[in-house]
Design a protein around this ligand. Structure first.
Ligand code: ADP
Ligand code: ZN
Length: 610
């Protein structure tokens, strides 16, 4: 109400001001008399030329005997008669002039007299009006705050994601087929007294297709799909998360049967009682609300909650109890066969040249997740397009592997001759040691073209997928990591900053060997340090020390020992095989990049040239 009143008032005010302005300009335009100085006026009075003077504040409107009109100005505070007296005008002559004092009028007058009062008033009104608008805006915002931001997805027609679009993940799909059945035909199960599962927890590394699978279940069962991310529940204000959960379930129940997908459930579902500050209260409330909603869901209502996490170890046990997320599905990083299948799925709508061998691509991509592979093919398509090709060739895909692994090549990042030489020795050092040690993956590529952060790189790829790693592999890996550093040191007598990344990696690896894998004799088969991840203003890992000061010292010692051992190994190989080091460097400086075949050819006894 008051808002309307205010608006009306403002409108009236504006109309009034406009009218006043028009009126005053109209007034001004009708009469345009000559403006004269006071001296002239006085001389005219003395000459008895003036018949009438109208005084409006500081303005004098003068009429002469012959009818011409003039204007003049005086100070507003001084009256005309005193003014004339001061100028020693003959009082007799003054009397002959008809002097009329008028209140001034018109816009100027009104503005002048009213504005000093009006301006603060207008300002206050505008201010209050703005404030009210603000408050109202905030109100509506605060109201929508508690609503879930879940995205609903109805899949239709060809765009529908089904199990066909998910390659590999055989066991997961088998397990989920049951869920699809529940959604499609609940009676079949309930008539036998079976309870419909409420929650399915998908566990797996990022990019292994958790979201994809959840969507595929919805698509396969032809039901709506609500998705929200756990981190969206965690807001600044306590209680918002819980109300979002409530809202989400309300929406979902309305469109039952359907699937609710909660991504990153670990953001809210981590063990209660761990954490810091307010965000932890909020999480707890949100988590409780999820549990309440899941428990309260009647068996008739056919809503299945699927949640994804890559940290199942930190989830609150309450989430995993029967009747909640009691179905757990693990998604592994794909093995070679699955990788091939995933590549095939993503290659479907891309024109491939005849020379493309997807099996070879799968061989070259151990450790890639489904998302990495999808990205790889996309990069390959972009690369092929940049090269004006009509089809994607094998070489485009292979080159994209490195791009996905190491970041884009930076050919423009030109090294000086000196830097190039240092980089060549550094990389040759890594490569030579990798070649000489038995427990290291074969070198696929050595390059001194900078990529991402690195000045050069040595790429090693495993021949097969491996899940278990023996200590010997780590020990050799440490020597390879130090190969670059030692090659620089032996050749130039000093090292550059180029080795810093290697050193960090090596130190972390050495620490893991001791504190996580129990591979150190002196410290024995146990772990050191309880890791605790906190989500509090971003991600943070805090390590809790669960060992004594003395042990800490020992760990330090052992890390240094492992690294110095690796240093010795590297030094030994580099000095013994200096000939090969020089060979690799020479070749690298010439070609900048050596593929596996070129690299290995360097170690073959030279063919006798004829
Ligand atoms: P997550 O949720 O586990 O982090 P996503 O489900 O979002 O991973 O996967 C990201 C993308 O990776 C998918 O959109 C899909 O293109 C691709 N992808 C992952 N796994 C597979 C798979 N098994 N088959 C086909 N594509 C996959
Ligand atoms: Zn290096």
């Amino acid at each position: 109400m008051s808002k309307i009143l205010l608006k009306n008032f403002l409108v009236f005010l504006i109309i009034f001001l406009v009218i006043a302005a028009i009126f005053s300009t109209y007034n001004a335009s009708t009469e345009k008399p000559e403006e004269i100085g006071l001296e002239k006026l006085i001389s005219q009075i003395e000459d008895e030329q003036v018949t009438q003077i109208i005084v409006k504040e500081g303005r004098l409107e003068i009429e002469l005997i012959d009818g011409t009109k003039q204007i003049s100005k005086k100070e507003a505070s001084e009256s005309l008669t005193t003014l004339l007296k001061n100028y020693n005008v003959d009082p007799e002559k003054t009397k002959k002039v008809k002097i009329e004092v008028k209140e001034s009028e018109g816009f100027g007058f009104w503005a002048l007299t009213l504005l000093p009062f009006l301006i603060p008033f207008i300002l206050i009104v505008v201010f209050i009006w703005l404030m009210m608008r603000q408050v109202q805006g905030a109100n509506t915002k605060a109201l929508s705050f508690g609503q879930s931001r879940a995205r609903e997805m109805h899949q239709k027609g060809k765009a529908k994601i089904t199990f066909k679009d998910v390659a590999g993940c055989k066991e997961a799909k088998e397990e989920l087929t049951e869920v699809v059945e529940f959604l499609k035909n609940p009676k079949k199960f309930t008539s036998l007294g079976a309870k419909i599962p409420k929650g399915v927890l998908l566990m797996g590394a990022p990019g292994t297709g958790k979201t994809l699978l959840a969507k595929a279940v919805a698509g396969q069962a032809n039901v709506p799909f609500f998705s929200i991310s756990g981190s969206e529940f965690v807001e600044m204000f306590v209680g918002v998360g819980a109300s979002r959960v409530r809202d989400l379930f309300k929406k979902a129940k309305k469109s039952s049967p359907c699937i609710i997908f909660i991504d990153e459930i670990d953001a809210v579902g981590r063990q209660r009682g761990a954490g810091l500050g307010g965000s932890h209260d909020e999480r707890e409330q949100t988590l409780n609300q999820i549990l309440v909603e899941m428990d309260g869901m009647e068996t008739k209502i056919n809503v299945i909650v699927m949640a994804a996490t890559n940290r199942p170890d930190i989830l609150d046990p309450a989430l995993l109890r029967p009747g909640r997320f009691d179905r757990r599905i693990v998604l592994d990083i794909p093995d070679i066969n699955d990788r091939e299948a995933i590549i095939k799925v993503h290659a479907q709508n891309k024109p491939l040249a005849k020379d493309v061998n997807l099996r070879k691509v799968a061989e070259r991509t151990p450790g890639f997740s489904g998302a990495d592979l999808a990205n790889l093919l996309n990069e390959a398509a972009i690369l092929a397009a940049r090269r004006n090709k009509k089809e994607i060739e094998q070489i485009d895909i292979l080159e994209s592997i490195e791009k996905v692994l190491l970041g884009p090549e930076r050919k423009s990042h030109i090294l000086s001759e000196k830097e190039k030489k240092i980089t060549a020795y550094h990389e040759a050092g890594h490569a030579l040691i990798a070649h000489e040690l038995p427990n290291v993956d074969p070198v696929q590529k050595v390059s001194i073209i900078s990529r991402g952060q690195a000045a050069g790189y040595t790429l090693k790829l495993p021949v097969e997928d491996r899940h278990l790693h023996p200590k010997s592999e780590f020990i050799d890996e440490l020597a390879v990591l130090l190969g670059g550093y030692m090659a620089e040191k032996i050749t130039f007598g000093e090292v550059t900053t180029g080795a810093s990344n290697d050193l960090r990696t090596a130190t972390q690896l050495a620490k893991k060997i001791i504190t996580e894998y129990g591979m150190n004799e002196a410290l024995g088969p146990r772990t050191f340090g309880e890791r605790e991840e906190l989500i509090f203003l971003g991600k943070e890992i805090r390590e809790q020390r669960d060992y004594s000061e003395k042990t800490a010292e020992l760990i330090d010692q052992q890390i240094s020992y492992l690294i110095s051992q690796a240093q010795n190994t590297a030094q030994e190989i580099l000095t013994k095989k200096k000939k090969y080091l020089e060979k690799i460097v020479k070749e690298l400086l010439k070609k900048e990049t050596l593929e596996r075949e070129d690299f290995e050819a360097l170690f073959q006894p030279k063919k006798i040239e004829s």
